[in-house]
Design a protein around this ligand. Structure first.
Ligand code: ADP
Length: 355
């Protein structure tokens, strides 16, 4: 056949024809790439090709095919990008139809559970400040308030009354907060003031909605568990296998069996304990700044040692911490009242996570 064509049209003209066809192909390829790159990646603000979201489109029989990595892009945005890509590529000569295949690398998300034996020991306060401090260290951190008995994180994070929307896949979209830490709370799922008295499966399902939400790029979730060892805690440890657990206790609580029960729950489920935090350890006088220790000093550290877990640090009982928390300004964000203690503990947690 080549000989026949060659003899009919002359060898040089065939080579020229092939070369010009190949040239047309590569021009077309460049046009396709440029068209695809004219669509902006919402994350980096660059073109989709430059941002590494997609390779050059393939064109076969008039159909341009694009394989797009949509990791971290919210579902609504994906639909808009799909429309933009189709519009841009259809404008290229020779393209009759466009197919966009979206792929997503599942972000490996790790959970840090914050637990305590009983309520009122400052578990939520610690969870909020740890999440804020981790985010300030550059970690993509989200916060879940799973405390069905007293969801207090919306207030602590200045997000009271804000309801999460659902995305096209019916997943909850966490509420953005002023502190760079998106938040979902059991308290956002029910009417304000409505008593939350969920039991068993209901609480477990609600927990699932919070964990399997549209967290996007978030890779570390700090979860404020209810106090004690009930259904939500069991669902958490069994179904969502936290990477680690931080236990909060007050000095007077340590002698009690509660904190040990919480520790046992995690140990039995093979959830590693990051360590113990002693909250309300010593009272810092707002007048003179001196710290007094009504319950003695060093008790928590000794108890941690006895329990065979690490001691992560102590946070003083300080009126300014309570006031800032009520105002929705976590000390770890403002750098005031107790910030140093929270930051030091967050540093240990970060080291533990990156170990
Ligand atoms: P829990 O989550 O264990 O029930 P919270 O974090 O809601 O406890 O704290 C209970 C109360 O104690 C809140 O009013 C909070 O502001 C206050 N609180 C917590 N830690 C401290 C602290 N170190 N100094 C002063 N007040 C604190």
């Amino acid at each position: 056949m080549p000989v026949f064509i060659g003899s009919l049209f002359g060898k040089n003209s065939v080579i020229r024809g092939i070369a010009s066809y190949l040239g047309w192909m590569s021009d077309r390829q460049n046009d396709l790439s440029a068209a695809l790159d004219s669509v902006t990646d919402p994350e980096t603000g660059r073109g989709l090709v430059a941002a590494g979201r997609a390779q050059a489109p393939r064109l076969a029989e008039g159909i341009a095919t694009v394989i797009l990595d949509v990791t971290g892009i919210a579902a609504e945005r994906r639909e808009l990008i799909d429309i933009d890509i189709k519009r841009a590529l259809k404008a290229v000569d020779g393209v009759e139809d466009v197919r966009v295949a979206m792929t997503s690398q599942k972000v490996k998300r790790r959970i840090i559970a914050v637990g305590s034996g009983k309520g009122g020991v400052g578990k939520s306060t610690l969870a909020a400040n740890l999440a804020v401090a981790l985010a300030r260290r550059g970690m993509k951190t989200g916060l879940i308030d799973a405390d069905i008995y007293g969801p207090s994180l919306p207030r602590l994070m200045d997000a009271e009354g804000r309801r999460p929307q659902a995305n096209a896949d019916k997943k909850l979209i966490p509420v953005a907060t002023s502190y760079g830490v998106p938040l979902l709370s059991m308290g956002q799922l029910v009417e304000p003031g409505q008593a939350i008295a969920w039991r068993g499966p209901m609480a477990g399902n609600a927990m699932g909605q919070l964990v399997d939400a549209d967290w996007g790029e978030i890779d570390t979730l700090v979860v404020d568990l209810p106090p004690g060892t009930g259904d939500v805690q069991l669902t958490m440890v069994q179904k969502y296998k936290p990477a680690g657990a931080v236990i909060v206790s007050t000095p007077q609580d340590l002698a009690l069996i509660d904190a040990r029960r919480a520790i046992n729950l995690f140990e039995q489920s093979e959830v590693p304990i990051v360590g113990l935090v002693e909250n309300m350890a010593g009272y810092r006088c707002p007048e003179c700044g001196a710290v007094s220790d009504p319950f003695g000093e060093g008790g928590a550290e000794a108890a941690a040692k006895e329990l065979g877990i690490d001691f992560l640090g102590r946070i003083p009982l300080e009126i300014a911490i309570r006031i800032a928390s009520d105002d929705g300004v976590p000390p770890a964000a403002s750098g005031e009242a107790g910030a140093d203690a929270f930051n030091a503990i967050a540093g240990k947690l970060a080291d533990w996570l990156n170990r």
